[in-house]
Write a protein that binds this ligand. Structure first.
Ligand SMILES: Nc1ncnc2c1ncn2[C@@H]1O[C@H](COP(=O)(O)OP(=O)(O)O)[C@@H](O)[C@H]1O
Ligand SMILES: O=C(CO)[C@@H](O)[C@H](O)COP(=O)(O)O
Length: 464
């Protein structure tokens, strides 16, 4: 057994996960804390009020306390480096104070940081409350496409700069008292560093504020990466963005004294959960990655960037000169879970119905969007069509059977993705692999359905 261990954290929508690997990339241990098991009245990790969606920042902090009390002490003592991934776009607002630098090992993180945030709830990626700020920014840039060419995406409500603009407009005093704004990923690493960690280029691309466009190569390692330096106060609050593989320093004494992590353990910049998946799956040219976490996302590696008004281009986490494309769907696992729960099924029962129903031709097509969708923007509703005798699609008025509902819903979810991916300019070929990851990827019936829809040759082309 090798002595050296590496620790990765994932601060995602529903939970904080830890994974220890050795230097052959073998998984040694995994642990997780579900946010709904902490006392913050979240459902599926978040709190929703209308189209505002957030998660208590202190809940994230407490999750670290709980998780680290469960982790194996021997593994912690052998950990050589720590990094993290985080749900994308979410933000954390640090009050001007020394509490992060002066973490006290006799206290929990929560007790140490209880007064450290100017905004109690971190806005997260499911928020869609910033339309007016998005419209203002697109107008200032000369339209959707112009903004996309500069930042990789047209204005999306969940993207961080609009959340920051809303906070500054609605709570000017609290905004003024904010010393630093972290993404959820850079926040996680800041806890280990005992200091503000930089936002990395890849997760920073999900802010509508980082310059991803060609011709910026000479700026890639400088502070000039934000698209607009005039609101100097914003740039100062965001800090200087850095490549995703930046070694930020070593762990704060807190982690050594409280949890026995070696004082030389390195802390590496964090990135978004999707860029982390892309990095971890080591995609080959032509591969497509489907992440089925709380959200569903489709990702691919790109050598060059050609941003469109739909979809996102981020800087690649493995190479700051390259890019990745991403489409994000809000109706992912939570919507699948809702359909499963509607019929009081276990996942095994749901999967059995999906497999048996698929083998019969049901001639139905369903789009079911109970959550206001991101791709396509703000669509909400349920549409069901049937192919009639003259091969026309007609709207279905009758109630569907359970089997019809499950099969047409799942097929609709992934047919829509194939359609969007192809519109985004990506064609699968015989050489393509479709690599599926995230919580739902353990469902073999679902993965086989996806393989059939994308017509990748056989399910062996798909790895979890
Ligand atoms: N057997 C299964 N079949 C389909 N979906 C599943 C299965 N097991 C778990 N899931 C889904 O996985 C989701 C969690 O995935 P995960 O990647 O851990 O999410 P996140 O990283 O966003 O917190 C759950 O919401 C659940 O619906
Ligand atoms: O908004 C996006 C990507 O643009 C989401 O994919 C978030 O990054 C949330 O990730 P999960 O918790 O669903 O994995």
């Amino acid at each position: 057994m090798t002595e050296d261990i590496y620790l990765g954290l994932d601060l995602s929508t529903q939970q904080l996960k830890a994974i220890f690997i050795d230097d052959t990339l073998k998984v040694i241990d995994c642990q997780a804390v579900r946010f709904d098991d902490l006392d913050y009245e979240t459902t599926d990790g978040y709190i929703q009020q209308g189209n505002e969606v957030g998660a208590p920042t202190l809940m994230f902090v407490e999750a670290f306390d709980v998780l680290f009390s469960k982790l194996n002490k021997d593994l912690l003592s052998r950990t050589k480096a720590i990094s993290a991934s985080g749900q994308q776009h979410g933000s954390v607002y640090w009050r001007e104070s020394d509490s992060l630098k002066n973490l006290d090992p006799s206290k929990t993180l929560k007790d140490s940081l209880v007064d450290s945030f100017t905004k109690a709830n971190s806005p997260i990626w499911m928020d869609s409350s910033t339309t007016e700020f998005c419209e203002k920014m697109e107008k200032a840039f000369g339209g959707k496409l112009a903004l996309a060419k500069a930042t990789g995406s047209s204005a999306y409500e969940r993207f961080t700069i609009h959340q920051i603009a809303k906070f500054a407009a609605q709570n000017p005093e609290d905004y003024k008292n904010t010393e630093r704004i972290s993404l959820i990923s850079s926040f996680a690493v800041s806890l280990f560093l005992g200091d503000y960690a930089p936002i990395d280029f890849s997760d920073g691309s999900g802010m509508n504020f980082l310059n991803i466009s060609a011709g910026q190569k000479n700026q890639k390692n400088s502070g000039n990466r934000w698209i607009d330096e005039k609101p100097a106060k914003i740039c100062a609050k965001l800090g200087v963005p850095k490549p995703s593989n930046t070694v930020c320093g070593t762990v704060h004494d807190y982690w050594t004294k409280r949890f026995g992590i070696g004082s030389s353990c390195q802390v590496v910049a964090a990135t978004g959960d999707n860029p982390s998946s892309l990095a971890g799956l080591r995609l080959r040219p032509g591969d497509l990655c489907l992440s089925l976490g709380t959200s569903d996302t489709v990702m691919l590696s790109l050598d060059s960037a050609d941003p469109q008004s739909q979809g996102h281009i981020f800087i690649n986490p493995l190479d700051s000169e390259k890019y990745m494309g991403l489409l994000c769907y809000k109706n992912g696992s939570l919507t699948r879970e809702a359909v499963k729960n509607k019929y009081s099924l276990s996942w095994d029962e749901f999967s059995a119905i999906l497999t048996s129903g698929k083998s019969r031709s049901l001639n139905l097509m369903q789009i079911n969007l109970p959550l206001a969708e991101i791709t396509p923007s703000n669509k909400l509703g349920r549409w069901i069509y049937e192919v009639d005798d003259s091969s026309e699609f007609v709207e279905v008025e009758r109630e569907l059977t359970m089997e019809e509902d499950i099969v047409s819903f799942i097929e609709g979810q992934f047919l829509a993705k194939r359609f969007h991916v192809e519109k985004f300019g990506f064609q699968t070929s015989k050489m393509s692999r479709l690599i599926v990851t995230g919580g739902a990827s353990k469902n073999k019936a679902l993965v086989q359905t996806i393989a059939d829809i994308f017509q990748v040759i056989k399910s062996a082309n798909i790895i979890e």
